[in-house]
Write a protein that binds this ligand. Structure first.
Ligand code: PEP
Length: 254
């Protein structure tokens, strides 16, 4: 039995006060709880502490995620953030390998693998993203492309508790474009990801890992994705920037 996950990636949006306001609004929308759905918000790094304070004060039923981390403990890495720093402000999840980080900042599968290992050493749950660009989808090799990413991103990971490692399948052509994959497209790849995880870690572990869909998910389409056997939730960009729309997605998952 896998608890569903609804994770909001705020990306580079929201100043400190706007982030506090959004978190406060979301706490109010979700005041009656989220059932068995694990709700996560990922504000920009400078907003983490403020959102952590809202979660504590409002007893909000959601957890805090960072959007990125570096794989060293400390030192001369200007502009980077260490896992211990995320821990110190209350982040219990961290997105890694988002296609925007891969595309704009040159992040490789090797980096993503190192980040996952370092986060797990610190007890922070990685939300590890994968997904194909449009040309790969058009060539029909998306399943091979994504499962190859999974093999590289998980190489050498010790997954003792499968609820503590999350994958987000996000076809790049569907992110922020308004173009969504169909629920069947999502199931095809999420199913192949689970099969690959079973080959690597064994069926029991694979069956416990949550696999999310991401890419223009919104209140009106999320339920269709969630009906699919291997889709355990969503990683949501644009539609997580308003408390009412993200709360509606959480409620659709309950
Ligand atoms: C994302 O960035 O993870 C994402 C899925 O964005 P959007 O929902 O805006 O497509």
């Amino acid at each position: 039995m896998r608890n569903r996950v609804m994770a909001g990636n705020w990306k580079m949006n929201k100043t400190y006060s706007e982030a506090v306001e959004l978190a406060t609004g979301l706490a109010a929308e979700l005041k009656d709880g989220t059932g068995s759905v694990d709700v996560i918000v990922a504000p920009p790094a400078v907003d983490l502490k403020g959102v952590a304070e809202v979660i504590e004060q409002e007893k909000a039923p959601f957890a805090l995620s960072a959007q990125n981390v570096y794989f060293e403990e400390s030192g001369a890495y200007t502009g980077e953030t260490a896992p211990s720093m995320l821990e110190s402000v209350g982040a219990t999840y961290c997105i890694i390998g988002h296609s925007e980080r891969r595309g704009y900042f040159g992040e490789t599968d090797e980096d993503i693998n190192k980040k996952a290992k370092k986060l797990m050493e610190h007890g922070i749950i990685p939300i590890s993203c994968c997904g194909e660009p449009l040309e790969v989808r058009e060539a029909g090799t998306h399943v091979e492309f994504v499962t190859d990413q999974i093999k590289k991103d998980t190489e050498g990971l010790q997954i003792t508790d499968p609820s503590k490692y999350i994958i987000a399948y996000e076809p790049i052509w569907a992110i922020g474009t308004g173009k969504t994959a169909t629920a069947d497209d999502a199931q095809e790849v999420c199913g192949a990801i689970r099969k690959t995880l079973a080959e690597i870690f064994g069926q029991e572990t694979a069956d416990g890992i949550r696999i999310l869909y991401g890419g223009s998910a919104k209140p009106t389409n999320v339920a269709g994705f969630l009906e699919k056997d291997d889709v355990d939730g969503a990683l949501v960009g644009g539609a997580s920037l308003k408390a009412d729309s993200f709360a509606a997605m959480v409620k659709a998952a309950m």
